[in-house]
Design a protein around this ligand. Structure first.
Ligand code: SF4
Length: 321
């Protein structure tokens, strides 16, 4: 990969529901008892759509739409994807659990590809940290992707208890499933989980995963999830082979010291950042939202989107000096 541009890939989180709900590292596992109804657990549609609009205006890629397993029916995910595709103007990645072939077929016109929440390829560890999220259904979904020429990506969390010797199993998994894109997260310890006292992986260990992946797969797309505490290492992540960045609260920390460091780190690596984490663009909210396709967005939805968008813009301007 010789691409010199770096994008921020924002994962648009859409729902707190998960029918699995017991992965040991996941926030949703702390909420499982409280959240029973997938429909009520969804974020408001207007808020999700306003966020997608903001991604386009700020030059952020939508990394994927994300939710727990079973959050959507075939119809509800199709409706959401159509709307976001219309706002964003590009096809989307989804990371919403394992989808069946019929649903995938309906979504085809709007999709780049599907992401499998693999997290770790050490099978013994996987039994412990995601006991009810087996790999087989994910791999079967990847086969459906092959059938319909969809791209395939996977997530991998560094720091769950694997060692670098497990790289071989990751390598085999990537080869077997012809994975084109991998998102590396560093374990973010969540209160109420068994990992709450963990500090997350050491930076050199995290970087080693990126480095080895790039050495073994010159063409794969690598996305590095750095969170707030690792922004000072972004030039290294890019130097070791990451293409793009993710997992950082871009709206909450827009134009903060952390966001400025991210932009500096990208410059330091001699790459060009597409988009911005520090400059709020001019947006004529009324005009732009009014111009959305009336067949997909009714007046009520447009009005709610405007309210949400103004709230987001207020947040973006908070750190303005
Ligand atoms: S399947 Fe995903 S959302 Fe559900 S508990 Fe596991 S990691 Fe969390």
């Amino acid at each position: 990969m010789t691409e010199n541009k770096v994008h921020f890939e924002r994962a648009i989180f859409t729902s707190w529901y998960c029918s699995i709900g017991d992965c040991a590292y996941c926030y949703m596992s702390t909420q499982k008892k409280l959240i029973k109804d997938p429909e009520r657990a969804r974020r408001s549609e207007a808020s999700v759509l306003a966020e997608a609009f903001l991604c386009r205006k700020l030059g952020w890629k939508i990394g994927f739409l994300s939710s727990g397993y079973g959050s959507y029916t075939s119809e509800s995910i199709l409706d959401l994807v159509k709307k976001i595709h219309s706002i964003y103007g590009d096809k989307l990645w989804l990371n919403v659990g394992v989808l069946n072939e019929n649903t995938i077929k309906k979504l085809l016109p709007y999709l780049i590809g599907l992401c499998g929440a693999v997290e770790t390829t050490n099978l013994q560890l996987r039994e412990k940290v995601c006991p009810n999220k087996p790999l087989d259904p994910i791999e079967n979904m990847f086969k459906v992707c092959d059938k319909y020429n969809l791209k395939k990506s996977m997530t991998f969390i560094v720091g769950l208890g694997e060692t670098i010797n497990d790289f071989e199993s990751l390598k085999n998994f990537i080869i077997k499933n012809k994975i084109g894109k991998i998102i590396f997260y560093a374990l973010n310890p969540i209160k109420g989980t068994v990992f709450e006292k963990s500090k997350g992986p050491e930076i050199d260990y995290y970087l080693e995963w990126i480095k080895k992946t790039r050495q073994n797969f010159p063409e794969i797309e690598i996305v590095a999830g750095h969170w707030v505490n690792r922004v000072g290492y972004i030039s290294k992540m890019l130097g070791f082979g990451a293409n793009n960045l993710t997992k950082y609260p871009t709206i909450k920390l827009f134009n903060s010291e952390f966001s400025k460091i991210i932009e500096e780190e990208i410059k330091k690596s001699d790459k060009k950042f597409v988009g911005t984490l520090t400059k709020v663009p001019m947006i004529d909210v009324d005009k732009e939202i009014d111009s959305l396709d009336p067949l997909l967005f009714n007046e009520n939805l447009k009005n709610q989107m405007k309210i949400k968008l103004l709230q987001y813009l207020k947040q973006l301007n908070k750190n303005k000096k």
